[in-house]
Design a protein around this ligand. Structure first.
Ligand code: BGC
Length: 454
C-alpha cells in the first residue's frame, strides 16, 4: 500500500465534499450584513427581517427530512450533487428576487438544499475515510463552515459601500458549482455500494481509497459484509428500539447542546452584542465581529490536529469547560458593567467571546457532525443521520428566535448564564452518553453497538 497516495486521495475527496460546509457557513456569515440593504429595498420590519434569516432554517429542517427519505436509496454522492444543484437555483433566485415574497421562497429552497447536504456530506466523508483519520476528515466539513462564515463577513464588508446585497447572496452559487462538478470525479461511498449489493464497484472504490492495496481492500470489504450480515432489516421499529434509539439520544443530544450553548446568537448578532457591551463605534464592532470569524477558523485546526489523537470526548470536556467559564464571564461583564461601560467593558467582552468561540470551534463545532456519522448502524445510517441533522436545524431555529426576546426580557447576563448552565449539563451528558470512537472503524463501532443489544 502507498499510504501517502491513500491519504492524498481521501484528503482530496473530503475537501471536495467539505465544500458543502462552505455553503452553509457562507449563508450564516453573509446574511446579517446583507439584511439591512434587503430591509431597505423591500421595506421590511423586524418580523420581516427575522423571517429572511430563519426561513433558511425552516427549509433546513425539511431538507434534512427529505434527505432521510431518499438518501439510503440514492446514495450519499448523488444526494450531495442534487442538493448542490438545488442550492445553485436557490442562490440565483434569491439574488434576482423582485419582491420580499420571492426572496423568502428562494431562501426556503436554499434551506432545503442546505438541510440535505449537511446530512449527506459529512456522512459521505466518514464512509470513505480510514478509521485512523476519520475524525480529521469530517472536521474538514466544520472547517469549511467556519471559512464560509468568515468569507461571508469579508464579502459583506467589501460590498457594504456599494450596498450590492444581490451580489452578496448570489456569489454563494460559485462554491456550489465547484461542489456539483467536483463530486463527479470522486468515488461513491463503498459502504453504501455494498449495502446496495454492488459489491464489484464497492471493491473498486475500496481499492482506490486504500492506495491500491488489494489485501487491505479485501479485509475492509469482508469486515463491512460481516456487519451487514449481522444487521436487521432496518425498519422503523428497529429505529425506535435500542441500540438505535440510544444512539439517537446521543446524536440528537449533541446537536441540541451544539445549538443551546448559544453559538449562533454570537454568529448572527455579534455586532449588536459588542455594541451592547459598550463598543460604540460601528467600525470597532464590525472589526470585533471579523475577529470572531478568524478565531473560529483558527481554533478549528486544534480539532483537526487532536480529534484522532486525543479523541472526541477529551475535546468535548475541554471545550465545554471553557465555554462554561467564558459564558459565565460574559454574563458577569454584563451584570457588573453599566450600559455605557465604554471600551473597558467592551474589551473584556471581546476577549471572553474569543475564548468562547475557540472552545466551541474545537469541540461542539465538529464533534456532533463526526459522532452522528459514526454511531448508527449502516442499515439505518442515512435516515438516522438525517434525523439528527434535523434536530440541529430545529434547535438553531429555536435559539435564533428566542435570543433577542430573551435578551430583551431577561437581560444579557441571564441569557449568557443560561447558556453557561447548558454547558455544565453538557459535561454530564458527554460523560454518561457519548461513546469514544477514536481510531475505531465504522464496523467496529457498529459491532460494539449491536453487541450491547445482545
Ligand atoms: C453549527 C452552526 C454554527 C457553526 C459555527 C456549526 O457546527 O452547526 O450552527 O453556526 O458551527 O462555526
Amino acid at each position: 500500500m502507498n499510504p501517502g497516495k491513500k491519504s492524498r486521495i481521501v484528503l482530496f475527496t473530503s475537501a471536495i465534499a467539505a465544500l458543502a460546509g462552505l455553503l452553509l457557513g457562507y449563508d450564516t456569515g453573509s446574511i446579517s450584513g446583507a439584511l439591512g440593504f434587503i430591509a431597505d429595498a423591500f421595506r421590511l420590519d423586524t418580523v420581516g427581517k427575522g423571517s429572511v434569516i430563519s426561513i433558511v432554517l425552516v427549509g433546513g429542517i425539511l431538507g434534512a427530512l427529505i434527505n432521510g427519505i431518499v438518501a439510503d436509496r440514492l446514495g450519499r454522492k448523488l444526494m450531495v450533487q442534487a442538493a448542490a444543484l438545488i442550492f445553485i437555483a436557490g442562490a440565483a433566485a434569491s439574488a434576482l428576487s423582485p419582491s420580499a415574497g420571492a426572496l423568502l421562497a428562494s431562501r426556503f429552497v436554499l434551506g432545503l438544499a442546505l438541510g440535505a447536504v449537511s446530512a449527506s456530506a459529512p456522512l459521505y466523508i466518514a464512509e470513505i475515510s480510514p478509521a485512523a483519520g476519520r475524525g480529521r476528515f469530517v472536521t474538514m466539513f466544520q472547517l469549511a463552515i467556519t471559512i464560509g462564515i468568515l468569507l461571508g463577513y469579508f464579502v459583506d464588508r467589501t460590498l457594504t459601500g456599494s450596498g450590492e446585497w444581490r451580489l452578496m447572496l448570489g456569489s454563494s452559487a460559485v462554491p456550489a458549482l465547484i461542489l456539483l462538478f467536483g463530486m463527479f470525479v470522486v468515488p461513491p461511498s463503498p459502504r453504501w455500494l455494498l449495502k446496495m449489493g454492488r459489491d464489484e464497484e464497492a471493491k473498486d472504490t475500496l481499492l482506490k481509497i486504500s492506495g491500491g492495496s488489494v489485501s487491505h481492500a479485501d479485509a475492509e470489504l469482508n469486515e463491512i459484509r460481516k456487519v451487514i450480515s449481522m444487521e436487521s432489516k432496518g425498519g422503523l421499529a428497529d429505529m425506535l428500539r435500542p441500540p438505535v434509539s440510544r444512539a439517537f439520544v446521543t446524536g440528537i443530544g449533541l446537536f441540541l447542546l451544539q445549538q443551546f450553548v448559544g453559538i449562533n446568537s454570537v454568529m448572527y448578532y455579534a455586532p449588536s452584542l459588542f455594541r451592547e457591551a459598550g463598543m460604540r463605534s460601528p467600525d470597532t464592532a464590525i472589526l470585533a465581529t471579523v475577529s470572531v470569524g478568524v478565531v473560529n477558523v483558527l481554533a478549528t485546526f486544534i480539532a483537526v490536529w487532536l480529534i484522532d489523537r486525543a479523541g472526541r470526548k477529551p475535546l468535548l470536556y475541554a471545550g465545554l469547560a471553557g465555554m462554561l467559564i467564558s459564558l459565565t464571564a460574559i454574563g458577569g461583564v454584563f451584570a457588573l458593567g453599566d450600559s455605557d461601560g465604554g471600551l473597558g467593558t467592551g474589551g473584556a467582552t471581546v476577549i471572553a467571546v474569543w475564548f468562547y468561540i475557540a472552545c466551541f470551534a474545537f469541540s461542539l463545532g465538529p464533534v456532533p457532525w463526526i459522532i452522528m456519522t459514526e454511531i448508527f448502524p449502516l442499515n439505518v445510517r442515512g435516515r438516522a443521520v438525517s434525523i439528527a441533522t434535523m434536530s440541529s436545524w430545529g434547535s438553531n431555529l429555536i435559539v435564533s428566535f428566542s435570543f433577542l426576546p430573551l435578551f430583551e426580557a431577561a437581560g444579557a447576563a441571564f441569557t449568557y448564564w443560561l447558556y453557561a448552565l447548558v454547558s455544565l449539563l453538557g459535561i454530564a451528558f458527554v460523560w454518561r452518553l457519548v461513546p469514544e470512537t477514536k481510531g475505531m472503524s465504522l464496523e467496529e463501532i457498529e459491532e460494539r453497538l449491536l453487541s450491547e443489544k445482545r
